[in-house]
Design a protein around this ligand. Structure first.
Ligand code: MD6
Ligand code: FE
Length: 214
């Protein structure tokens, strides 16, 4: 496992912007353990389609693991210690998930990353995520680590203003995006997922985003 930026072959890392890196295939070896960890978490806290504050159902299905989980409803976006569906704490973050987040952050120049939240996103064909900023955390000093599993997706990576034209990057199974620093509040999203079949996940894309929320 490469643990410093300089240890990764140059071909396997792509700069997205200042402070933001795409680490190609970084999670390849850990992927089966990550998928097992996702199964474990979603058996306790099943995927659900959250409502936006405007009352629309999101096309991406979500769950969480870790001390806090991201939720959205008519009252807004926030982190909660308990799953609002069950009323009990979110399942713990499996060790394999925590480890890959920490290693990827370190490989991108952010040592000591200690996420307290992992949002688990499930995309079926047609699901998408509109351009947004991740700004519900209180600590913008920590980066965000995002792991893609299963079907490929087009990631939209914009600028600090909503109107900035986004770059389009294809994210495939085991790719990891790390961003922080000057890019921490960049607008980003995911284009509608194309139909397909992946040997490990079947007809879906799964995405893990790890955050330090406070
Ligand atoms: C996704 N990702 O890739 C959605 N946010 O499914 C995100 O919204 C995201 O990938 C912050 C940092 C990295 C991300
Ligand atoms: Fe995001």
């Amino acid at each position: 496992m490469p643990d410093l930026l300089d240890d990764l072959p140059v071909d396997d890392r792509e700069p997205l912007a200042e402070g933001a890196w795409l680490l190609r295939g970084f999670a390849r070896e850990q992927a089966p353990a990550l998928l097992a960890g996702i199964d474990e978490a979603v058996s306790a806290a099943p995927f659900r389609h959250l409502l936006t504050p405007g009352g629309r159902s999101m096309s991406v299905a979500m769950s969480n693991c870790g001390a806090r989980g991201w939720v959205s409803d008519r009252r807004g976006y926030r982190y909660e210690a308990c799953d609002p569906v069950s009323g009990v704490p979110w399942p713990p973050m499996p060790t394999a998930l925590r480890a890959v987040a920490r290693e990827a952050a370190q490989a991108a120049g952010y040592p000591g990353f200690e996420p307290d939240a992992c949002l688990i996103n499930q995309y079926l064909p047609g699901a998408r995520m509109a351009l947004h900023q991740d700004r519900d955390e209180t600590d913008f000093a920590a980066p965000i680590v995002s792991v893609s599993l299963g079907l490929p997706a087009i990631f939209l990576f914009g600028g600090l203003a909503r109107a900035d034209k986004p770059q389009r990057r294809r994210l495939v199974h085991a790719d990891v995006v790390v961003w922080g620093g000057a890019s921490r509040l960049v607008f980003h999203g995911v284009a509608p997922l194309a139909r397909g079949e992946h040997p490990l996940t079947g007809p879906q894309r799964l995405n893990l985003t790890f955050r330090k929320t406070r």
